[in-house]
Design a protein around this ligand. Sequence first.
Ligand code: ASP
Ligand code: MG
Length: 317
Amino acid sequence: MIVLKFGGTSVGSAQRIRAVAHLVSAIAGRKIVILSAMSGTTDALVQLAQRIINAQWQEAEEAVAALEARYHSVIEELFETPALRKEVWQALAPIFAELQSQTHNEAFTQNDEKRILSRGEIISTTLMAFTLREYENLNAVHLDALSFMRINHNGEPEPQHIEKHLTPLLTAAPDPNALFLTEGYICINAFGEIDNLRRGGSDYTATLVGEAAHAETIEIWTDIDGLHNNDPRVVNVTSPVRRLHFGEAAELAHFGSKILHPTCIEPARRANIPIRLLNTLDPQAPGTLISCETSRDMVKAVSAKDGISLLTLRRHP
Ligand code: ASP
Ligand code: MG
């Protein structure tokens, strides 16, 4: 089993969705494809929730209308026939109707907000399922992330629960080339409500699913060629680091490297599953391999975070 996760920019337009569908359909063997929301969508949903909280009803309505218009044009570009566009729109229309119904919600709660935030990944996954069916002649097996991704009272994922609920879904589709498709980022919390793994959390979904499915590799596809040895916003010439140890990658992710969710290395490290960081815009590029292999005596990368102080506490023996 291979796990492949595609970030927001990798599925950020009709053209990119088509490219990802093509890429994953060419991979032999069993695979789980995990998607982020299309770029800009989660930000737009966060903003929508803020407007509802501020009782800016009119602005909230406009925000939903703008998002709806964006997806109309994505569908227009993605699918050729009016009948197909209609079919896809019918699948997404209830989501927009629900968002619209929230725009005047005076009793808007944090749960309502989390429910809204979860819609981005549900939309991108739906669009991908249709794209795979139409252009790659492939019926993906949809895995509803909300049926197996769970966090506990502290907001921490529950690996045992994930494995217990994911395994039967995978064994129910024994096809040696099965393509499973699921939403990144979203989950159920300890109260059974919709929640999420925090911003950028699809990476975390990928490694948790990889661990639960005993994957051979976890591929994280973005729009840059792996993890770079320096921050391009600070240093002009940077280059990708080809190999990193789990510990090194975790440090870099914690201290500013934006490419990976800070805690996402942990499940892969626990299960000793290598993570490959790859580039959808240049799929042949080697990217970065994160594994248990280590090479000593060498500074591999530098990352920086402004405005923090680090305090190390050590107990005296
Ligand atoms: N869509 C979510 C976000 O923008 C999760 C993710 O992309 O990983 O934060
Ligand atoms: Mg990301």
